[in-house]
Design a protein around this ligand. Sequence first.
Ligand SMILES: C[S@@+](CC[C@H](N)C(=O)[O-])C[C@H]1O[C@@H](n2cnc3c(N)ncnc32)[C@H](O)[C@@H]1O
Length: 253
Amino acid sequence: MLKKLPPSITALLLQSAAVMLMLLAVKATGRYDSPLLFALLCGLLAATFSFLAGLAKWWLAIQLIFAPALVLMLAFKLPPILFLGAFLVLLLVYWSTFRTQVPLYLSSNKVWHALEQLLPIEKTDSSFTFVDLGSGLGGVLTHLASVRSDGRYTGVEAAPLPFFWSWLRIKLSGHLNCRVQWGNLWDCDLSLYDVVFAYLSPVPMEQLWHKAHAEMRPGTMFISSTFTIPDQAHHETVQVNDLHHSTLFIWHM
Ligand SMILES: C[S@@+](CC[C@H](N)C(=O)[O-])C[C@H]1O[C@@H](n2cnc3c(N)ncnc32)[C@H](O)[C@@H]1O
């Protein structure tokens, strides 16, 4: 049953189970040494449960340190408004990541340059259209708009703060061939674009392929950074020599 839930909900349930078990153990043995020891044991139990439930590695680390970090933070007696403020900022940046499982992380400058080489050949009498699905802070869009002014660039971004940041970035840079929409990439009509770029996560790739396959016109190009599509052989790859050794996977539709 746990496998059907989003990992964040599974992690929360397992963390709660660990705390309940520890409370039962304290009640049964009558031993309670310190809040930090209690929290450390909760973390250890939660990480073990998460390992057994098959959660990804980074969840094990989060589960391990969550309760001890909570106890340590409470010891600082920080004003509660700080926690509310931090929560609101994280909410505005990560928005529906717990559901989409696509967090914000940014393409490197080297990926921007590699994308430049993949754009359609420059012609004096025509332009091309490019969309970045989940456009983050708008770096890909503004870079391409500045080096290839013959393109028309669109970004779609769901999270409010990255959307606002990229909107402002585009306004301040004065690129008239560039815009960003606040919205869901699944509502975007891909038939409007000559080049579709996505840097998301492994989770939506299969569904995104179905969408691209159904909507994109013949002769257009689908590029995914880092994440390929299960069981869909790509036509080309570009290896980027950046910190993460990013790979661009390319499909000619
Ligand atoms: C890995 S970041 C990539 C940012 C940018 N494209 C880049 O290459 O630097 C993925 C972005 O997709 C956004 N995102 C995730 N799911 C989305 C959805 N369904 N619709 C629109 N944006 C989404 C996230 O908020 C995040 O900003």
